[in-house]
Design a protein around this ligand. Sequence first.
Ligand code: FAD
Length: 514
Amino acid sequence: MAAHNNFLLIIFNCVLILQNAPFLAVALPLPEPISAKLRNDSQTIKLASTDYGRIIEEKPYGVFFPVNGSDIAGLIQFMYGSPTPMDIAARGHGHSVQGQSLVENGIVVNMTSLGGLDGRIVVSTTTAALGPYADVGGEQLWIDVLHATMAKGLTPLSLTDYLRLTVGGTLSNAGIGGQTFRFGPQISNVLELDVVTGKGELLTCSPTNNPELFYGALGGLGQFGVITRARIPLGPAPTRAKWVRMLYTNFSAFTSDQELLISNNGKEKSNGLNYLEGLLLLELKAPDNSSFYPLPDQPKISSLITQYGIVYVLEVVKYYDQQSAGCVDQDLEKLLTGLRFEAGLKFIKDVSYEEFLDRVHTDEVALRSLGLWDVPHPWLNLFIPKSKLFEFEWGVYRSIIQKRKLSSCVLLFYPMFKNKWDEKTSAVIPDEDVFYTAGFLFSSGFDNWQTFEEHNRDILKFCAEAGIGAKLYLPHFESQKEWVDHFGRKWPVFQQRKALFDPKHLLSPGQKIF
Ligand code: FAD
């Protein structure tokens, strides 16, 4: 991370601060176009000092509210030219969990202030060569992209489980979900980007135009520039979804059925499954009418959990529309024939396409009403090579999660294909054709998140000692040596791109890489 002596800050501290002025009204050596859009009232600073994780706190010097990409370019150009620049962190929706969008004594760029402009989502339906696509601002939430595209009968192809994340934020990581097995992560579904580099240049890039910047920025953890626009390919939007969960007590049957389904269902197969994930059940709360599982089946599921410790849930979705409504049930039945889930434990919901895609928001609303959304989130997300599945199950799920009764969290486990990821992007994945994502999405109290961080450390320790070859998704490390290990053979390229596009190490210091 850049450790800049903060000349501007010293001057700032020497002048009068108008505490509650909405924008900085002090004589700073900042050009007017920048100072006019910079705020440092206590409320603004407080909001930009933490993230969804609620674990790390870092106070910025100020928060910048750009109106357009040129404002961001102006800010970065100014800092790049300054002998004592401040660090700059783009903040999308602040849904990182380890302070990745924070910056101590630097400037947070509030990306969402770009979003008020009309024309930040433009859907093009008539391009023969590229097919339909949308040009979307980097600050846009995926839910808004979905709404705008659905209005024209179209949809992005690869979406995350939760859609209230920004386009720039997920593209800076990878953007994974139940469609990744089919279309790859979101970073495999981008045609072009506008990026403001760490020198303040506003550049358009694509696989053929500035490809180093394009591939660097995708999965680049905000290290090479601020993404202000992305061109996203679209496909026809279905209208409804058959949403299925099947319960397993045997890990081997669960994972081999997952792999069978994804290998039978490439995107070429128009009649295949559209979505596949998996989760672990270690507890079923008291009889619950709002559960995915019907009330009469809940005692049986609970007794299976008691008997086996963990019940594995294979979750799949088949989309349909008016035209395919007549055959969707038979098609689904055919796809699921021969699977080895527990007899009678297959449950199906029929919901709208949007209701399915925005499902986590339904949980969000419920959790918010209970005051359980804005709490610490000591999350861990891993990629596990297929060859180590059983060691992982034994060492992590059985020996840590089950033994310690860590039941009050969301545990995800589902496979994807390496060949749907572009090696040229900055994202890091295991070097095996099939790998799984394992999510440990803990929520905790403000006084006990450290306990969960310890569980996470134990999981990582087991993986390291057992030679699992796990890679962190949404990575977070304390030392550069760990980052070098994480990137492995990609590290030299990552470093070169940093030298090329952000030589002063100004951008996204919260990642703690440089
Ligand atoms: P922020 O947290 O604001 O920023 C993240 C990083 O990206 C920071 O380093 C920031 O500086 C940088 N950044 C932000 N915007 C830009 C930009 N425009 N240009 C360049 N750099 C930028 N991820 C998945 O892949 N799949 C999921 O299903 C999924 N579900 C989630 C559900 C929840 C409830 C939450 C909280 C997170 C989930 N995530 C998921 C993780 C999420 O993708 C990342 O945390 C992502 O960074 C969040 O986007 P954001 O807009 O909040 O980014």
